[in-house]
Design a protein around this ligand. Structure first.
Ligand SMILES: [Zn+2]
Length: 446
C-alpha cells in the first residue's frame, strides 16, 4: 500500500480528542489513512519535508454554491440586501448550462484546495438548461477533493408568492425523483467515502411545506443528510412569522428538519430556545461569517451555540455573496466576528481552526475526517510559516492571527492535490481562462 511520511513539522495541530499539539512531528500515511503520529517515526516511505511548516487537518467547508463562482462582484448585486441580491442574480443564473456549472465548480474547488480545504459540501438548487448535480460531482473528481454535493431545489416561483422567477423552479415530483436518481447513482456511505449526496430544498421561502416534509422522509429512507438555509436575516424571520405563523426553528422541527443528520446554513437569527432545540437534537449549523457581513445579515451567535452544544462548522457560502472562497480566511473572519460581538476572549485562533476542521467534519457526519490521528482519513494541510506573513510570530501555530492564507501542500485521502502552492490535478491557467470567457459571454448577453 502506498506510503508517505510527512517529516519534522514545526507544529502539528492534531485536533484529536485531546487537541494535542506536537512539535518536530511526523505523520505517516498509508493508503488513504493516517497510520502514525509522533516524533522520529521509522519508515522507508517517501518523505515530504515539513520543517518550517504548521500541519493541520484539512479544513472542511460546510456550505457553498459552487456555481456562483461565475457571478462574483456582479455590479447590481454588490450592495443589495439578501432578497434584492437574489432578484438581481436569478436572471443571470437562469442562462447557465452544464458547462457553466462544471467550470465554476472546478474554480471554486481549486480555490478551496489552495486555502486548505480537503472536504467540501455544495448546495446546488437550480438546474436550468439541462444542468444536473453530476456536473459538479465530475468537477470534484477532477480536482480531487472529498465532496458532499446536495441536491437542492426551488419549487415556489413568483406567480405562487415565492421569490425566484417561475422559469427557475421545478415540479416537486420531478425534484424528488431526481433526488432518488442522484443518491442511487453517486452516494457512497462507506468509510473514507469521496462522495456523499444530500437532499437540500433551497430555503423555506422557495419551496412548499410539503416538499420540506417529503424531502426529509426521502433523505431518512435513503440514509443521507439534509441541508437548507435557515434564519439568515431579519427578512427571513419576518417571512416565516408572516407565512408560517412561527419562527424558523419551530417550522424546521414540525417538518422533521432537526437531528444529527441535518445541518442548516447561517442561523444568524436563532434565538435561545432555537439554539437549545438544535443542541438537544444535535442539529448542525454552517456558519458563514463573510457572507453574513457581505449581505449585512448580522453576527451569528456562534459563541452561545457552541457553549450550548450545537455542532457548528464553517462555510464560505457562494461566491456571489462573499465573493472570495478562501476557507482559512473565513476561519479568521469567524474568530474576529465573535470578538466584535462578545469581546477579545470570545474566540481563540485555535477554537476557530477547530470549528473549521473537526467542527465541520462533525456537522457533515464525518468523524473519520477533521483530525490527524491513527485511523483518520489522510486529509492534511501543510502551511509554510517561513514567509513574510508569519515573520516575527511568537506562536506560528496561531495560524489565524498571523499566517499564510494559502497552503504549501494539501493531501486528500493521502493523495497530493496541492504541492508548493500549485494545484497538481488541473491546468490552472487554462481553467481561469475558461472561467473568464464564460463570465464575459454572460456579461455580453445581459
Ligand atoms: Zn447559501
Amino acid at each position: 500500500m502506498k506510503e508517505l511520511l510527512i517529516r519534522g513539522a514545526d507544529h502539528l495541530l492534531t485536533m484529536d480528542d485531546q487537541r494535542r499539539e506536537l512539535t518536530g512531528a511526523d505523520v505517516l500515511i498509508r493508503g488513504g489513512t493516517v497510520a502514525g503520529v509522533g516524533s522520529d517515526l521509522q519508515s522507508d516511505a517517501p518523505v515530504l519535508d515539513a520543517t518550517g511548516c504548521v500541519v493541520t487537518p484539512g479544513l472542511v467547508n460546510t456550505h457553498h454554491h459552487l456555481y456562483q463562482s461565475l457571478t462574483r462582484a456582479v455590479p447590481g448585486g454588490q450592495d443589495a440586501l439578501l432578497f434584492g441580491w437574489l432578484q438581481t442574480l436569478y436572471p443571470i443564473w437562469a442562462r447557465f448550462t452544464p458547462e457553466h456549472f462544471f467550470t465554476s465548480a472546478e474554480v471554486g474547488l481549486c480555490e478551496l484546495a489552495l486555502s486548505g480545504c480537503t472536504l467540501s459540501s455544495d448546495h446546488l438548487y437550480l438546474y436550468p438548461n439541462g444542468a444536473r448535480l453530476e456536473d459538479t460531482i465530475h468537477a470534484a473528481a477532477e480536482v480531487g477533493l472529498r465532496f458532499h454535493p446536495t441536491r437542492g431545489a426551488m419549487s415556489i416561483g413568483v406567480s405562487r408568492g415565492g421569490l425566484p422567477p417561475d422559469d427557475l423552479v421545478e415540479r416537486e415530483a420531478d425534484i424528488l425523483e431526481d433526488c432518488i436518481r442522484v443518491i442511487d447513482a453517486f452516494h457512497d456511505p462507506a468509510d473514507g467515502s469521496m462522495c456523499r449526496v444530500g437532499v437540500a430544498p433551497c430555503s423555506p421561502f422557495s419551496v412548499s411545506r410539503d416538499l420540506m416534509r417529503d424531502a426529509a422522509v426521502l433523505a431518512r429512507d435513503k440514509g443521507v443528510m439534509m441541508h437548507t438555509h435557515l434564519a439568515e436575516n431579519d427578512e427571513d424571520i419576518a417571512y416565516s412569522l408572516e407565512t408560517f405563523g412561527c419562527r424558523p426553528g419551530q417550522y424546521a422541527e414540525e417538518l422533521g428538519w432537526v437531528g444529527p443528520d441535518v445541518w442548516h446554513a447561517h442561523c444568524v437569527k436563532l434565538d435561545a430556545s432555537e439554539q437549545a432545540l438544535f443542541a438537544r437534537t444535535k442539529t448542525g449549523v454552517a456558519h458563514c461569517p463573510c457572507s453574513n457581513c457581505r449581505l449585512g445579515s448580522g453576527i451569528a451567535p456562534v459563541r452561545a451555540m457552541r457553549d450550548a452544544g450545537v455542532p457548528v462548522g464553517l462555510g464560505v457560502d457562494g461566491s456571489a455573496s462573499n465573493d472570495a472562497g478562501n476557507l482559512v480566511a473565513e476561519a479568521r473572519q469567524a474568530m474576529l466576528l465573535q470578538r466584535v460581538a462578545s469581546g477579545a476572549d470570545a474566540m481563540s485562533a485555535r477554537e476557530a481552526l477547530e470549528i473549521a476542521t473537526r467542527g465541520g467534519a462533525e456537522v457533515l457526519g464525518r468523524s473519520d475526517c477533521g483530525r490527524i490521528e491513527p485511523g483518520a482519513r489522510a486529509d492534511i494541510a501543510i502551511w509554510d510559516v517561513s514567509g513574510i506573513e508569519a515573520a516575527g510570530s511568537w506562536d506560528p501555530a496561531a495560524l489565524l492571527l498571523a499566517g499564510p492564507v494559502t497552503v504549501r501542500d494539501l493531501l486528500v485521502e493521502g493523495r497530493v492535490i496541492v504541492r508548493d502552492g500549485q494545484v497538481q490535478t488541473l491546468d490552472m491557467a487554462g481553467l481561469i481562462a475558461r472561467q473568464n470567457r464564460l463570465a464575459a459571454d454572460l456579461r455580453e448577453t445581459l
